[in-house]
Design a protein around this ligand. Structure first.
Ligand SMILES: Nc1nc2c([nH]c(=O)n2[C@H]2C[C@H](O)[C@@H](COP(=O)(O)OP(=O)(O)OP(=O)(O)O)O2)c(=O)[nH]1
Length: 148
């Protein structure tokens, strides 16, 4: 593999979180990767690669609309994580989202699950696990962050 193959691809990832009346963060949304993609069936936060000229926010709005049929409100930059996979090197831009409108539609025949720690759906994509650790730290959650 040549060096240029290892240039990271930017990916916008949406961490949709429910909040209660006091603003306390609760369940978060995971979706399964569709059949035909690498890591098909693995659970992740919804999102996708930036197209040329797009910002992270623009890509996130487009991807969540394309994949889930929803329109998202404010996008809050949260963390950036570099992941090396055999198939690619990706720079994941995780953004928190608390507001959205529209009915969820699984437009790529994926599945969705609202989760708490510890996450019950399996298997979880390797690049998703750091997010669960960040949640654990924020929420003072002790123990395994996911099953399996
Ligand atoms: N959406 C998402 N992708 C993640 C997460 N963690 C993680 O390592 N990734 C990786 C998997 C993929 O290599 C890459 C996202 O690419 P993708 O193939 O899902 O993006 P896309 O929808 O634009 O796909 P395509 O049009 O190229 O088929 O980021 C995550 O939590 N969410």
């Amino acid at each position: 593999m040549s060096e240029t193959d290892r240039v990271p691809v930017d990916v916008a990832v949406g961490v949709l979180i429910e909040r209660d009346a006091s603003g306390r963060e609760g369940r978060f949304l995971l979706t399964s990767r569709p059949v035909g993609k690498v890591y098909a069936g693995y659970w992740e936060f919804p999102g996708g690669k930036l197209e040329q000229g797009e910002t992270v926010e623009e890509a996130l709005r487009r991807e969540l609309h394309e994949e889930l049929g929803i329109t998202i409100g404010a996008v809050h930059d949260w963390k950036i994580e570099l992941m090396d996979y055999p198939h690619a090197r990706v720079r994941l831009h995780f953004c928190k989202v608390f507001e959205w409108s529209g009915e969820f539609q699984m437009r790529e025949q994926q599945a969705m699950a609202w989760q708490q720690l510890p996450v019950q759906v399996v298997p979880v994509l390797p690049g998703t696990i750091p997010v669960l650790e960040w949640f654990a730290a924020e929420r003072a959650f002790a123990g395994a962050t996911h099953a399996g």
